[in-house]
Design a protein around this ligand. Structure first.
Ligand SMILES: Cc1cc2nc3c(=O)[nH]c(=O)nc-3n(C[C@H](O)[C@H](O)[C@H](O)COP(=O)(O)OP(=O)(O)OC[C@H]3O[C@@H](n4cnc5c(N)ncnc54)[C@H](O)[C@@H]3O)c2cc1C
Length: 404
């Protein structure tokens, strides 16, 4: 077993680390003030900083690294994992700068795997080029959406088109006016078997009847850096039949295919967040004194830092193993490991952030440090892309089945 990264990964890591030092870390605080200055405060992709970063990343060949195969950089999951971890260290800037930010990544994967040549030409190409953004609208306020077979938005065939009616929420990125295309999941055939009732269609944002109603907040954060999370109403929205992705009834299978890589990408970036939290812990602990000793000299603090290191290393190994399995036996066969990391990562990183906040005292909760915002963001991963309980349920079932 070889734990070293291969040559290409090492070379890209070097390049990316240089990019982070030169272009990302020094500008982290400018992003929010540039967003505040925009005519439309949701249009993060229009900030001068993001434009500069994207140009710089592209010119260094740090672009679309997430996408395997002919349409992207062609990296394996194992090669991409350590790179995604680095981008997670500055999650508001770096993933978007490299055109590797969710939900565009998942949407590009869907189009590259299931899109027709015409759909790819119209939507995948501009997404790959970073000219437009996108959103994914599956979750609904009125049904338990962790069970995708509940999704009840209707997609009804009518002549040469489909008519979509229903209400969605938590469509990440959709508040950004540059999110030109929405992938919408809905029910085409309520009579079909449970996993064949759903389909996915491409809905251009400017189609009549698409009403972006409001932005949802996460613990009071508006997440403007990611284009927010939108509630959207589809009021008898008509699109051509050619906007259907794959076939009628394929929606559930596409959703499953989309979520595998998305889940591991979240985990990789979350490890970067945790690494940075440990760095902040060390800085704070060595620079502050209480009761006659630095915080670093207090036994409990050492324990926290040591514990964070132990848990982080365990996590990274499991994520890398999962990436390797996805590359070697396929996403479907690696489903148990994907579920395991999807449960383990946010829980562990949340616990590390909690200790980091505690170590910073009240400052850790404030806007002067990034910890509170990171905590809010990592907490969402225990729900987004499937709640912990749903993954545990299916993992437990598989394990019991195997034992039997
Ligand atoms: C920040 C953020 C971004 C998101 N981005 C998107 C997006 O871009 N597009 C999109 O479509 N959605 C998005 N979502 C929505 C997310 O995917 C859903 O919230 C998630 O799938 C859960 O669905 P729900 O909220 O309807 O919860 P429900 O389905 O109502 O579940 C509620 C709770 O019930 C429990 N539960 C459910 N099933 C089981 C079970 N089988 N066993 C035990 N307990 C169970 C769990 O504790 C669960 O948390 C986002 C969510 C967040 C927080």
């Amino acid at each position: 077993m070889d734990f070293a990264y291969d040559h290409r990964t090492e070379e890209l890591r070097e390049r990316l680390l240089g990019f982070m030092d030169e272009h990302v870390y020094p500008h982290e605080h400018e992003f929010r003030s540039q967003l505040d200055a925009l005519d439309d405060p949701w249009a993060w992709s229009r900030t001068p900083l993001m434009r500069e970063l994207r140009e710089a990343a592209r010119s260094r060949g740090l672009w679309n690294l997430f996408l395997p195969g002919e349409h992207g950089a062609g990296l394996t999951n194992l090669q991409y994992a350590p790179l995604a971890e680095i981008t997670g260290r500055s999650g508001h800037l770096a993933p978007a700068a490299l055109n590797c930010a969710a939900p565009d990544t998942g949407n590009m994967e869907v189009l590259s795997m299931f899109g027709t040549a015409a759909q790819r030409e119209q939507w995948l190409q501009p997404l790959l080029a970073g000219e437009i953004r996108s959103a994914f609208a599956m979750t609904e306020p009125d049904v338990a959406s962790s069970d995708a077979t509940n999704i009840s938005t209707r997609i009804v065939r009518d002549g040469d088109g489909y008519v979509i009616s229903g209400r969605k929420w938590w469509a990440t990125g959709a508040m950004n006016p540059d999110a030109a295309i929405f992938i919408v999941m809905g029910r085409t055939d309520p009579e079909a078997p449970r996993h064949r009732q759903q389909s996915m269609v491409l809905v251009p944002r400017d189609t009549p009847g698409v009403v972006v109603k409001r932005a949802l907040q996460v613990f009071g954060y508006d997440d403007r850096e990611h284009g927010g999370h939108a509630e959207i109403e589809f009021q008898d929205v008509r699109v051509p039949a050619t906007n259907l992705i794959a076939g009628e009834g394929d929606g559930f299978a596409i959703a499953q295919a989309r979520l595998g890589p998305g889940r591991i990408h979240h985990c990789m970036r979350a490890i970067g967040v945790a690494e940075r939290a440990v760095e902040l812990m060390v800085d704070r602990a060595t620079g502050r004194t209480a009761f006659g000793r630095t915080l670093a000299e207090q036994g409990v603090v050492r324990e926290w830092v040591a514990d964070a290191r132990v848990r982080l290393e365990q996590l990274r190994l499991l994520v890398l193993k999962t990436a390797w399995l996805m590359d070697t036996i396929g996403n479907k066969q690696a489903q148990r490991e994907i579920q395991a990391i999807k449960v383990a990562t946010p829980e562990t990183v949340q616990a590390i952030l909690d200790r980091a906040i505690q170590l910073h005292g009240a400052a850790g909760l404030s806007q002067d440090f990034p910890l509170a915002q990171w905590f809010a963001s990592i907490r969402t991963l225990r729900l987004a892309d499937g709640p912990d309980e749903v993954h545990r349920r299916s993992l437990g079932r598989a394990e019991l089945h195997r034992e039997r």
